[in-house]
Design a protein around this ligand. Structure first.
Ligand code: GLN
Length: 386
């Protein structure tokens, strides 16, 4: 069997959700909203499944969705895309990342990543024959430095794979840090595969800066988005790749032999959703910001120290600063068993040989009632472990 997968465990998200169900714990682990997202988008999908074609969609995505994606990013991020040539629809962002890696890197190429990172990245890079080069970031600001970039880039660097806003750190790459990174990428002709699935979940009025906002990265940048995150419908698995014509053409060749095409009724509904008025999106993010604030305030009142949450569905607890002398993985296992609350340790997003990272991630895309139950359970955990 292929050793990359033979040595891998089951993803932490599946493991923790399984434990939460088995033990009847409050699930603040795996990142998914408790209630389904945009009802008008779901209604449109239901209409399309009954009244429209259910046969294969075009390989690169329906014209309506590609136009809607280009229009949406034009309006919301000032990015100018040719829908016919610079947009590709995939079956979720994870497929988009896989297709981009398979299409752009060759065996022996180095791919730079920033830890903590989403757990799918390293196995996908390795399965594509690439070599993972890790830059380890530290709380509370999780920023990379010029010295770290200098040490990581080499003549074999083919790509950088990053996430902004970041899961699990919740941080956004600032315009200055983008400019620094772009300088290295341009001089090494390295692609930037930029996982921007959380681009619509940013709080406190901060603006998203993505890879396509950097003119110097033209021809190197690959932006990846996700309808699941935009509409709080994580089960849909509809993603987008936006890049230059040459890169989209190449990535489409990998996509055609991964999933080929994405369910047409979901594409129709996502196109409809992306054309909704901007106030509708503002309302969705305001609801999430309220939930973030509720959880943050509730935990602070119980003596927890949290790290700032700039975006995503997540808030991180700094266990050490809270006075809990446990690693994240130990805390997560004990908290789900002894206090009835599922969390995700940030260690799951890092190589095991790195420095300790006593931080756990909580998902606040939940009802107030679930959040209050979560706070109660965490209070119990704190009493047990401090
Ligand atoms: N993106 C989700 C999270 O970070 C999990 C997705 C999954 O379970 N594969 O929790």
């Amino acid at each position: 069997m292929n050793p990359i997968y033979a040595q891998l465990g089951t993803t932490i998200f599946t493991t923790m959700s399984g434990l939460a169900v088995e033990l009847g714990a409050v699930n603040l682990g795996q990142g998914f909203p408790e209630t389904d997202g945009f009802p008008e988008v779901r209604t449109e999908a239901a209409r399309a499944v009954v009244h429209d074609s259910n046969q294969y969609a075009p390989m690169k995505g329906t014209a309506a969705l590609r136009e809607a994606v280009a229009g949406f990013y034009g309006r919301t991020q000032g990015v100018c895309l040719d829908p016919a040539r610079e947009v590709l629809v995939t079956s979720g962002a994870t497929e988009a990342i896989a297709a981009a890696l398979f299409a752009l890197i060759s065996p022996g190429d180095e791919v730079i990543v920033f830890e903590p990172m989403y757990d799918a990245y390293a196995p996908l890079i390795e399965r594509a024959g690439g070599v993972v080069v890790r830059i380890r970031l530290s709380p509370p600001d999780w920023r990379f430095t010029e010295a770290q970039l200098s040490a990581a880039f080499s003549p074999r660097t083919r790509a950088v794979l990053l996430t902004t806003p970041n899961n699990p750190t919740t941080r956004l790459i600032s315009p200055e840090d983008w400019a620094l990174l772009a300088r290295f990428c341009v001089s090494h002709e390295a692609y930037v595969i930029s996982d921007e699935v959380w681009e619509q979940v940013i709080f406190d009025g901060v603006r998203h800066v993505g890879v396509l906002n950097l003119p110097e990265l033209a021809g190197l940048g690959v932006k990846i988005g996700s309808a699941g995150k935009i509409f709080a419908l994580t089960g849909w698995k509809v993603g987008f790749v936006c890049a230059s014509e040459a890169l989209v053409a190449q990535i489409a060749k990998a996509h055609q032999f991964l999933t080929f095409a994405t369910p047409p009724m979901l594409q129709t509904a996502v196109a409809f959703g992306l054309n909704l008025p901007s106030a509708r999106f503002a309302e969705a993010v305001a609801g999430l910001q309220r939930s973030r604030d509720l959880l943050q305030a509730g935990l602070a009142a119980e003596g927890f120290r949290t790290l700032s949450s700039e975006g995503t569905y997540f808030l991180n607890i700094d266990l050490k600063a809270t006075g809990i002398d446990l690693g994240g993985a130990d805390f997560a296992l004990r908290a789900v068993r002894e206090a009835g609350v599922a969390t995700i340790p940030l260690e799951a997003f890092c190589t095991p040989d790195g420095p300790p990272l006593p931080v756990v991630r909580l998902c606040f895309a939940k009802s107030d009632e679930t959040l209050y139950r979560g706070i109660e359970a965490l209070k119990k955990a704190r009493r047990l472990f401090v």
